[in-house]
Design a protein around this ligand. Structure first.
Ligand code: GLY
Length: 347
């Protein structure tokens, strides 16, 4: 089934709206009143105070498609962007949230229904993970058992991992908890070797790609080195990468080939006068870097950030400089980044 990114975004929001979730607009990339973050790096950022109980609203369930940037602080993907077929400085995160309403079981069932029912992803290619316990925080055996019961999978496909993969918090402080991820195997037909789980997807289409992270918010970390405190009410925070879902549903093995990014890559190709070859060859990587960085540039400037010497403006300046350097690598001599950024606005 081939679907545009817009179709997938709409299907996600509609799925959760039909399950009594309020559809909330994306929060800004520059979070107001949150000194712990330079940029919104997840859908939960605009809801932090709802998890901790500092704020209440007239809804307990929400869904959003959040603009995210992950190139500072705890989640920093900058150097991976270009050489990786699935990392971005700027991306959209689809999320569903429960503020003290439903918890693990419903979150797991919703995610499974959406992926395998609404989107029709093949169950035989999916693996689920859970927090296996670390640093005195106990293993999330409840999530493990829920996955096993729902999917019928055994230990080879319901896999316990440590804190680096399955314990989530947006920054050094704030609400956090164990998580479960759903990964898909992208590769040729035939039997899947589940023992290869963890081998990252290559542009040739072999390997595993994380699609969705379900965070079971049950703790708060009030300051950097503080002990975890239980949250007043356990809550749900999930994040699914729109570009990754589009990659799978559009039958691609490289996010830069999906509808949202392809025209930007082609714009870079046209300006450089070189063909885009859909590979990881240096010229193709440079075109991908320009496509990705022009999105971050356009969206940050639309929020009033301009390149400068420190703070957020300096991050933007570094990203623009990296894109321009890749343009020079491709032999582009005139200024060009504004042309790709205008294409972002048009799309
Ligand atoms: N907040 C969930 C995630 O970013 O994965």
């Amino acid at each position: 089934m081939s679907q545009t990114a817009s179709d997938i975004r709409k299907a996600f929001l509609d799925f959760f709206a039909a399950r009594e979730h309020r559809v909330v607009e994306s929060g800004p990339l520059v979070p107001p009143n949150d000194p712990s973050l330079m940029f919104a790096n997840a859908g939960m950022v605009q809801f932090k105070d709802l998890f901790t109980g500092k704020e209440a609203r007239d809804y307990k369930r929400a869904t959003s498609a959040q603009k995210c940037i992950r190139i500072s602080g705890k989640h920093n993907d900058l150097e991976a962007v270009g050489p990786s077929p699935r990392h971005h400085t700027f991306f959209e995160m689809l999320g569903n949230f429960s503020f003290g309403d439903y918890f693990k079981e419903e979150a797991i069932v919703y995610a499974w229904e959406f992926l395998t029912g609404t989107l029709g992803l093949p169950k035989d290619r999916l693996v689920c993970t859970y927090f296996g316990g670390e640093d005195g925080i106990p293993a999330d055996t409840e999530a493990r058992d829920l996955w096993k019961k729902l999917t019928g999978f055994g230990d080879d496909r319901v896999i316990g991992l440590g804190k680096a993969d399955n314990f989530w918090q947006a920054g050094d402080t704030g609400p956090c908890g164990p998580s479960s991820e759903i990964h898909i195997y992208q590769g040729g037909s035939g039997d899947i070797d589940f023992g290869s789980f963890g081998d990252e997807q290559t542009p040739e289409g072999v390997g595993w790609m994380e699609l969705w992270n379900l965070v079971f918010m049950q703790y708060d970390r009030p300051s950097k080195d503080a002990e975890l405190q239980p949250l007043p009410k356990p809550s749900i925070d999930t994040g699914a990468g729109l570009e990754r879902l589009a990659c799978v549903l559009q039958g691609k093995t490289n996010n830069y080939d999906i509808d949202l990014l392809r025209e930007l890559v082609e714009c870079a190709a046209e300006i450089s006068g070189k063909p885009y070859g859909h590979t990881m060859a240096p010229d193709d990587v440079s075109m991908s870097v320009i496509a990705d960085h022009s999105r971050l540039t356009a969206f940050l400037i639309s929020e009033g950030i301009l390149p400068d010497r420190d703070g957020r403006p300096y991050v933007l300046r570094r990203v623009m400089r990296r894109a321009i350097r890749h343009g020079h690598r491709l032999g582009i001599e005139q200024s060009f980044l504004h042309r790709v950024a205008l294409k972002v606005a048009e799309l």
